[in-house]
Ligand binder design. Sequence first.
Ligand code: PHE
Length: 450
Amino acid sequence: MAINKQEHAQWSSSFGFVLAAVGSAVGLGNIWKFPYMVGESGGSAFVIAYLFCLALIGFPILVAEWLIGRRGQKNPINTYSDVAASEGKSRSWSIVGATGILGGFLILSFYSVIGGWALNYITKVGSGSFAGQDSDSVAATFDAMLASAGTLTIWHTVFMVITAVIVGVGVTKGIENAAKILMPLLGVILFVIVGYNVMNGGFGEAVNYLFAPDLSKLNGDVMLAALGHAFFTLSIGMGIMVAYGSYLGRDVNLLSTARTVVILDTVIALAAGLAIFPIIFSNGLDPASGPGLIFVSLPIAFGSMGAGAIIGTLFFLLITFAAVTSSISLLEPTVELLEERTPMSRTVSTIVASIAVWLLGIAALLSFNLWSDFTIMGNGIFDALDKVTSKFMLPLTGLAAIIFVGWQMDQRSIQQELGLSNFTWQLWQIIAKFVAPIAVLIVFVTSLMN
Ligand code: PHE
């Protein structure tokens, strides 16, 4: 969430900060991406690897990024540069801030396309077009949307305009207030769908699929996918949390705040899994059907449950809202950079950045139809953007953050800042210096050898 940067205000309370961080973290990653990645990687192996990555890598890197941001008090590039200089290290660390901003820019291009799908589904579900439909006709509706470059462009444009207006006009405070009500409501709706599933079959199978340890499916690819998704879902490795940290008051406890964010984010993702997989299994759908997974499964339930049109509409409205609270955090760093480094005003910076993202998004959505034959190293444009960011840029940028905190900064001051005493401090050091960086490297190496 953007903050009035002239004053460089601090978050009014740690609650406001948690809300903004959760707003950025909880989004399409939890509800759209997590389930289909689980499905593509064969279920529980992915879930287990993902939970490990969150706890041992994601959590400490989230803390590290906030810590760096709070020291630097500027945008990610200047923050890395200044903090490095004050520690007597090279200012070239600013590259880490730059790759982070670039990552956010690239992610937003395809994120907005999916935000557009969610917007489109608000109208589809709302108009009752899924009532009584079976899985084949629900899938046909989805395929028809994908095949239409025009439809995808319209909704991608609407989503981008909403994001740009909020960032440009700077009404993020209002969004933050709305989030207080709407995010919990999203949680409630997810649990309503889970409840429906408990009554309607497939639930036990889904629980097994998600949680019964089946490590035979664990390989380098699954681990890299889980690692990348841990970064994606927490919004780390992108400079966004570094930027947020710069607004964080001294009195905010980084560790407990990070714990809250990670837990809430994980609960929402797992709830999404329990909302979706029972429908997949009870309707004989393929869990590995890719990015369309929630769009070909949930409407079946909305078409058959009581008040399904209302619940379904509300559901897609709320995930669109969750997507917007993430997309504004993806756009903000690029806008801020343009505003600071060029003569352009905030409004012009927002327009320029948004048009650039929008154009890249068009290229991404065309890979579902007109340009489906065009590939980059075997991937369509959409997949290429997703893979380059999640599996490469985010983990490397995050790795740099934890190495910076673990090895480049003065450790005594960090111990004070985190408020840790002997045993917990030693634990933190082991994780920050060794476990997290080595785990990231191991995942990289194993996936290269695959
Ligand atoms: N974490 C967001 C989600 O899960 C996506 C996101 C990624 C937002 C990176 C900001 C930065 O949907």
